[in-house]
Design a protein around this ligand. Structure first.
Ligand code: RIB
Length: 319
């Protein structure tokens, strides 16, 4: 079946340690190690595909052991892969520490992700998708080009600007239909665009805004739909003439928050293309996908299946 959702972005090999506490500078901690598939782009594609939506992933990896294992991995997930292998570059990787509270600290090394080029993107796949999803872990100039192409071909574009970076091309917002930043990414975007309400605008000032003030600020970004993720406080869904705060799903035991944002994007994308019920309904569904993700360790292994999400929604009375 033709993919409805195309994710273009990063694959990282996650080098993952569980440790009671994060090490202090100069300290050595003992932890438990695993190596897992990861990277924001790949995680988002896996999250979407596990929900039963035909999904394709395009990204750049190295010609190394990690990269060579990937075609089989995507086959096993039912994802149509368009991987490009970059010579003399390692597959991207991420060092992840997770403490006993389920919080994480992550350092990434882009490797081949940083070399993803417009020529690596199959035009036919790009033009046939209904929704294109990108993040900020690959090459920013390529992502910007891809968004322009997608828009010109009538494909809806969804940008998760994570992680925010100094070379993020602000003009990409002009080709974005749906923008999904977290709070710090949102603060940085409004600051760099020069539309922040005050020079010292930060997370505290953001939290102090009324919903009406936040709506007016979102509208300054020039993007039709803005969804700000608020962690355990849910998300704020903003569109031209309406806005709504969507609560996070409560009653869950947090094991590891790694990949929760990616689960949200996968859930949002799946619901948008499948149900067509709009951004608020999609955000509610995405919150359930993210809630289930944090109950398991790792990013990719924690992405729930459609059955798991439906059972969870029925249990919490939202099915
Ligand atoms: O969002 C989680 C992801 O961020 C991890 O899988 C890691 O690879 C980093 O990119």
């Amino acid at each position: 079946m033709k993919p409805l959702v195309l994710v273009i972005g990063s694959y990282n090999q996650d080098l993952y340690w569980q440790t009671p506490d994060f090490p202090q500078p100069g300290q050595t901690c003992v932890g438990r190690f695993s190596t897992l598939p990861g990277g924001k782009g790949s995680n988002q594609a896996v999250a979407c595909a596990r929900l039963g939506v035909p999904t394709a992933f395009c990204g750049a990896v190295g010609e190394d052991t990690f990269g060579r294992a990937l075609p089989a991995f995507y086959r096993s997930e039912g994802i149509e892969e368009h991987l490009v292998f970059k010579r003399d570059q390692p597959t991207g990787n991420a060092a992840i520490w997770v403490n006993s509270e389920g919080e994480n600290e992550i350092v990434i090394s882009a490797g081949a992700n940083g070399l993803l080029d417009p020529a690596d993107i199959p035009q036919s796949v790009l033009c046939q998708a209904r929704l294109l999803v990108c993040q900020n872990e690959s090459c920013p100039a390529t992502m910007s080009w891809v968004f322009e192409q997608a828009r010109a071909n009538g494909v809806t574009t969804l940008l998760n600007p994570a992680p925010m970076r100094a070379d993020f091309p602000l003009e990409m917002l002009r080709h974005t239909d749906i923008l999904v930043p977290n709070q710090s990414e949102f603060v940085e975007l409004v600051t760099r665009l020069g539309v922040a309400p005050e020079p010292s605008f930060g997370l505290q000032e953001l939290a102090a805004l009324s919903h009406g003030e936040l709506h007016r600020l979102c509208r300054q970004l020039g993007v039709p739909t803005v969804i700000i993720t608020l962690g355990k406080d849910g998300c704020f869904v903003d569109q031209e003439n309406e806005y709504e705060h969507v609560n996070a799903c409560g009653c869950i035991e947090v094991v590891d928050t790694t990949g929760a944002g990616d689960a949200f994007i996968g859930g949002l994308s799946a619901h948008l293309v499948e149900k067509g019920e709009g951004a608020v309904a999609a955000a509610r569904f995405a919150s359930a996908v993210a809630a289930l993700c944090v109950t398991k360790k790792g990013a990719t292994p924690a992405m729930p299946t459609r059955d798991e999400v439906e059972t969870f929604l029925a249990d919490v009375g939202a099915g």
